[in-house]
Design a protein around this ligand. Structure first.
Ligand code: CTP
Length: 415
């Protein structure tokens, strides 16, 4: 069982009785890794499929099953009131029906009745049940009340049947939960704002099967997209990473997929004049092969010598074309003399903010779920963001962006 941190969002994770109950453990793990304090509630039926101890071992506090007999006299109000979010995964047809009716005859439904927190449900059941008019009507009612429903996927179901009703992937459920959480506590302070974000490491072709690239996963860039969407922005994502956005972000984000630095440069150039904010989170390759072979370089040709040339500096181009009031943010991944190099880079690049991470440190940067950064401002400011989930780091960057948008360009010119 983990310790609860002071600023951790609290997620109550409800688990119903169904074969997919074991997948809720993965939802719990992903939410915990993303920095949430998770309090599990299992229905009596869920305990037929999986034991509370499995959840207790990974959660912020022991899993609860019953309204009665526990340490707290009123467990449903304790859990309902402290929750920032309630997620039910898997949600059975019976749970959906009881939630619609406002029943409170077990700990999970009583907690759902006792909370004002947003609710995410991920139904899982056999196809015939999912397609029942009553179930569909309940889902529509819940959606109408603002409950976020993560639709079941199609695939193999219990007993070997194949069809719709399978619990959505734990990663999709966790990402949706985080997205809902990300929108809590933040004003929609980027409403009406067009934000262009780049993400991922570009790939520079050597031949049709090989490329030069870097270790960027794109996770921080995608977290920025999801956070910007939660704050009301209209987002264009130019990405060299092949990742999926959360369903809510995907609905409202224009995605342009690119491979090379040159493609990214052209995609950025075609959108940037319409953007109010540009965030260059991508790890753009600094060098590319001078020539890319049209056919695979086979061994019989001998060991190739690959001559490299410099790519265009996209960020420098953005700064040179910057329109009045546009906020431009760069990133810097450094391994040594971090702040010294970053301060010089900020001055050299001429952007408004430079988000700096020390990628040599533990759990920071490439492919980690967490990051720790310093946000340097052209006004000489430095904001320390200690190790946190990339979503939290994204909001810290957007806090600075939102503040810059309310100051005039003249005020933010360095002295
Ligand atoms: N960047 C860019 N175009 C490039 C290289 C980098 O737009 N060809 C952007 C990155 O997206 C990032 C910022 O510039 O926002 C800093 O990238 P970095 O590689 O740290 O900077 P460099 O100028 O390449 O400096 P270094 O000598 O440290 O590699």
């Amino acid at each position: 069982m983990g310790e609860r941190g002071v600023d951790q969002p609290v997620v109550v994770l409800g688990v119903c009785g169904g074969i997919a109950a074991y997948k809720a453990v993965e939802v719990l793990r992903l939410l915990t890794e993303a920095g949430c304090a998770v309090s599990p509630i299992l229905t009596e039926a869920a305990t037929e499929f999986i034991g509370p101890l499995t959840f207790s071992a990974l959660a912020a506090e022991p899993a609860e099953v019953s309204l009665y007999g526990g340490a707290h006299p009123s467990p449903h109000t304790r859990l309902g009131q402290k929750a920032d979010l309630v997620v039910v995964a898997p949600a059975t047809a019976d749970l959906l029906s009881r939630l619609v009716a406002g029943r409170s005859d077990d700990l999970l439904t009583a907690t759902l009745s006792a909370t004002t927190a947003p609710i995410v449900v991920a139904p899982a059941m056999h196809t015939e049940m999912w397609e029942q008019a009553s179930v569909q009507a309940n889902v529509a009612t819940l959606r109408g009340r603002g409950v976020v429903v993560v639709d079941p996927a199609s695939g193999r179901l219990a007993g070997g049947d194949v069809g719709t009703g399978r619990l959505a992937e734990p990663a999709v459920i966790a990402a949706t939960a985080l997205e809902v959480l990300g929108g809590i506590g933040h004003d929609r302070d980027l409403e009406g704002c067009h934000v262009l974000i780049t993400a991922g490491g570009t790939r520079e072709a050597i031949d049709p099967v090989r490329y030069v690239s870097n270790r960027s996963s794109g996770k921080q860039g995608y977290a920025l997209v999801e956070a910007a969407v939660a704050r009301g922005a209209r987002v264009t994502l130019v990405t060299a990473a092949r990742r999926a956005l959360t369903p809510l972000a995907a609905e409202v984000t224009t995605v342009v997929e690119v491979d090379s630095a040159d493609e990214m440069d052209r995609a950025v150039a075609s959108v940037s004049s319409a953007a109010d904010v540009v965030i260059m989170a991508a790890a753009v390759a600094d060098y590319r092969p001078v020539a890319s072979a049209s056919r695979k370089l086979t061994k019989d040709l001998g060991i190739p010598t690959i001559e490299l040339e410099q790519t265009a500096d996209i960020l420098a181009g953005l700064v040179s074309r910057r329109r009045h009031g546009q906020v431009i943010v760069g990133f810097a991944a450094e391994t040594h003399d971090v702040l010294e190099r970053a301060t010089a880079k900020l001055a050299r690049k001429g952007c408004d903010l430079l988000v700096v991470n020390d990628v040599a440190a533990d759990a920071v940067g490439f492919d980690h779920e967490t990051n720790a950064v310093v946000i340097l401002g052209a006004d000489g400011s430095a904001t320390d963001v200690p190790l946190a989930a990339k979503r939290i780091v994204a909001h810290a960057v957007l806090d600075r962006v939102a503040r810059l948008r309310t100051t005039t360009p003249i005020e933010r010119t360095p002295s």
